[in-house]
Design a protein around this ligand. Structure first.
Ligand code: COA
Length: 264
C-alpha cells in the first residue's frame, strides 16, 4: 500500500516505519506522500488508537530531507517543498490520536523536525539529533526553527541551529528533546508500553490534551486562529462534560472501579 513505509497494527498501535534504509530513511516526495496518506489512516481508521513513527535499520531514524532531490531546486520550488513538509508535519502534530517518535539512530535535519512534530519522543542510546542545514547553506524548512525553540528554549536552539552541532541521546534528554532513553533493543517495547498506558485513558480527553497543549504557545497562529489557549482550554473542558467517557470516568471513580472508555 505504501512504497516508502512499513505499517503494522497491533493492540490499537500503528507502527509506522520509514523504510529507505540505504538512504538512511531520507525524506523525499514519496515519503511525504506516504506520511500524508498514513496520517489519513490514523485519523480515520477506528481500529487505530495511537501511532509510533520509527526508521528502518539500526543506523537512522531519518537522516534529513533527501538532499539529492532538492539540490537543483529554485527558490520557488524550495518554498513549495517547505510548505508541503510543514503541512504533513502539522497533520502529525494536530492528530487527535497520540503519535510518538521512537528515534533509533540519526535524527538530523528533517528527521529531527519529524521527531519534533510528534507529540513526544523517546530514543535509543545510539540516537543523534541536530539541525545541520547551515552546513548545506540552508535552514530547516519543516518547522525546525519553531519547534526546537519551543522544546529546548531560544538560546540553545540558536546555538544548535547556528553551529550545526549533532548531539547525543544523553544531551537530547538533558535538553528535554526526548522523554526517555532505552537500549536499541528495548526502544519499541518502551514506545508500546507508553502508548498502551495512554490508550487506557479516555480517547476524547487525550485528543483535547493534544489540542490544548498545541496552542499553549499563544503566538502560534497555525493553531490558535486568534483564540487564546485559555479560551480553547475552557471550551474543550466544557465539551468534555457532554461525553459518555466523562460520565463513565467520574462514575467509575465514585464506584471505585476501573473506567471502561469507549471514545464517545
Ligand atoms: N539525503 C540523501 N541521501 C542521504 C542523506 C540525505 N539527507 N543522508 C544520507 N544519505 C545517503 C548517503 O548519500 C549514502 O548514500 P550512498 O550509499 O548512495 O552514497 C547513504 O545514505 C549512507 O550515508 P553515509 O553518508 O554514507 O553514512 P555515514 O555513516 O558516513 O554518515 C550521516 C551518516 C547521517 C552523518 C551522513 O549521511 C549525513 O551527514 N547525512 C546528511 C545529514 C544532513 O545534512 N541532513 C540534513 C539535510 S537538510
Amino acid at each position: 500500500m505504501y512504497t516508502t513505509l512499513l505499517t503494522n497494527l497491533e493492540n490499537g498501535i500503528l507502527t509506522i516505519t520509514i523504510n529507505c534504509p540505504d538512504k538512511l530513511n531520507a525524506l523525499n516526495k514519496d515519503v511525504f506522500n506516504d506520511l500524508d496518506a498514513v496520517m489519513d489512516e490514523v485519523y480515520n481508521n477506528n481500529e487505530i488508537k495511537s501511532a509510533v513513527i520509527t526508521g528502518a535499520g539500526n543506523k537512522a531514524f531519518v537522516a534529513g530531507a533527501d538532499i539529492a532531490e532538492f539540490s537543483a531546486f529554485t527558490s520557488e520550488e524550495g518554498m513549495v517543498l517547505s510548505k508541503r513538509g510543514q503541512d504533513v508535519f502539522f497533520k502529525i502534530e494536530k492528530s487527535p490520536k497520540p503519535v510518538i517518535a521512537a528515534v533509533n539512530g540519526f535524527a538530523l535535519g528533517g528527521g529531527c523536525e519529524l521527531a519534533m512534530a510528534c507529540h513526544f519522543r523517546i530514543c535509543s542510546d545510539n540516537a543523534k539529533f541536530g539541525q545541520p542545514e547551515v552546513n548545506l547553506g540552508l535552514i530547516p524548512g519543516y518547522g525546525g526553527t519553531q519547534r526546537l525553540t519551543k522544546l529546548i528554549g531560544k538560546g540553545k536552539s540558536m546555538e544548535l541551529h547556528m553551529t550545526a552541532q549533532i548531539i547525543d541521546a544523553q544531551e537530547a534528554y538533558r535538553l528535554n528533546l526526548v522523554n526517555h532513553i532505552t537500549t536499541a533493543d528495548a526502544l519499541m517495547d518502551k514506545a508500546k508500553e507508553l502508548l498502551l498506558t495512554i490508550q487506557s485513558k479516555a480517547p476524547l480527553a487525550i485528543s483535547k490534551i493534544i489540542e490544548c497543549i498545541n496552542i499553549a504557545d499563544l503566538n502560534d497562529s497555525a493553531f490558535t486562529n486568534g483564540e487564546s489557549g485559555y479560551d480553547r482550554e475552557a471550551k474543550a473542558f466544557g465539551n468534555c462534560f457532554s461525553t459518555s467517557d466523562m460520565k463513565e470516568g467520574t462514575t467509575a471513580f465514585i464506584e471505585k472501579r476501573k473506567a471502561n472508555f469507549t471514545g464517545k
